[in-house]
Ligand binder design. Structure first.
Ligand code: SF4
Length: 101
């Protein structure tokens, strides 16, 4: 299967909501570094959740991430939480690949 086919379901839709995102400039809080340990992930995601809880576009962001099967922390949700809500990652990596089925 070609990579284009793998991601052909993606809906590259409106992202105008992101103009008022609280997380602008904070990508290190929302996306994990390589080889992040579980305890560090918990701390990082707790920080991200606090930012999201104060964000005026949390629901638009969450919906976008779910529909586009995004990686990282979006709309107050971790990758695991999106998976639990029925929005599975296309290609889970590392620990997630072992824990997500
Ligand atoms: S909900 Fe969170 S991830 Fe989404 S735009 Fe707001 S701060 Fe950023």
């Amino acid at each position: 299967m070609a990579i284009g086919e793998l991601f052909s379901f993606r809906e590259w839709d409106d992202t105008s909501w992101s103009v008022t995102a609280e997380c602008r400039g904070l990508s290190a809080v929302f996306f994990p570094p390589a080889a992040e340990r579980p305890q560090a992930r918990e701390r990082r995601e707790a920080q991200a959740r606090e930012v999201c809880n104060a964000c005026p576009v949390m629901f638009e962001c969450r919906d976008f991430a779910r529909r586009n099967r995004e990686y990282g922390f979006w709309g107050g949700e971790s990758e695991e939480e999106r998976h639990a809500a029925g929005y599975r990652l296309i290609a889970p990596i590392g620990v997630r690949a072992r824990n997500i089925s």
